[in-house]
Design a protein around this ligand. Sequence first.
Ligand code: PLP
Length: 376
Amino acid sequence: MDNTGQMKTLDERYYMPAFSRDMAIVKGQGSKVWDGSGREYIDCVAGIAVCSTGHCHPSVVKALCDQAHELIHCSNLYYIPHQGELAKKLVEVTGMHKAFFANSGAEATDGALKLARVRTGRKKFVAFAHGFHGRTVGSLAVTHKPAIREPFEPLGMSATFVDYGDLEGLKKVVDSDTAGVIVEPIQGEAGVIIPPDSFFEGVREICDKTGALMIVDEVQTGMGRTGTWLAIQHTKVKPDIVTLAKGIASGFPMGALVAREGLEFKKSEHGSTFAGGPLACATALATIRVIEETLPSVAAKGERFRAGLAKYNPRVRGLMIGITVGDKCPDVQKKCAEAGVLVNCAADGNLRLVPPLTISDAEIDQVVKVLNGILG
Ligand code: PLP
């Protein structure tokens, strides 16, 4: 039975109208989702780069359900099942030293900013124009978009913004009072903007010269999305702190930060009731096992998208794909949905495709066919 109408009525009456939406997703399996009327879609939104293992992957569902039967919550007052094992795994795949958990990407950003402040004893942050790091008051301070930041100012924290890729500009504002420079390896919300490797080498150098910490936000790009565990691993640059979330636990809410040796929270400096709970850690570990199997195929899948969409000059890194289509973006998004493919418009007329890492070649070919039909 299609209860989309009832969901819409309840939403309009009882839910604060912060989102624009007009369809309900009620079921997912692999790279497919179904709406309230039973229509099937290939999902190239994947909860915005979250459902990395596809929807309801059997190993992920099993890990979540098994853990739910054992213990759902206990508090960080105790050792938590799977928490240490997950921290070890994250440290190994990221090449960092220690991990700390959060419940979302924004919270991971907040943790990273707090860690940078408390360990450097400095207060200033530098971030980049069109960058996105979250909507909590801390993470909002380093999020560029004036429309979502300025209504909440003063935030208690603030950042200086420099153009993405502008090393000369960065050099002018980072100094011995700067706690950290926060940067996305690929700007996701801005529309999949990929700077050259030399940009990150330059950021590293400026941070090294001034003692500012290099915080790399891998909330969207991390956990295999671009064909490596971290997008920054496409370069030789080693950050001081990395944040993760979205793809880490297949849709179970979780964030994390990992930091190099010498950077850690001391007792009582940070904490959370829910973060790193048994369900999140069990689900993340199962997710990582699936990603380990899938990761070797991600680059080739991205190249399949690139080849099929070549005439639109796509920006592709693994399964993070951006195509500039301009003002017609919302229309393209709508037409794709009508043709059975979910895509979404990031900022500035940029269509973004971030499908599950498990998407099949046949599904990629179908998405490519639909997009070619619509983009012409
Ligand atoms: N950082 C980046 C790069 C993001 O893309 C996002 C969300 O889109 C966030 C942080 C915030 O994550 P969350 O929405 O889980 O708070």
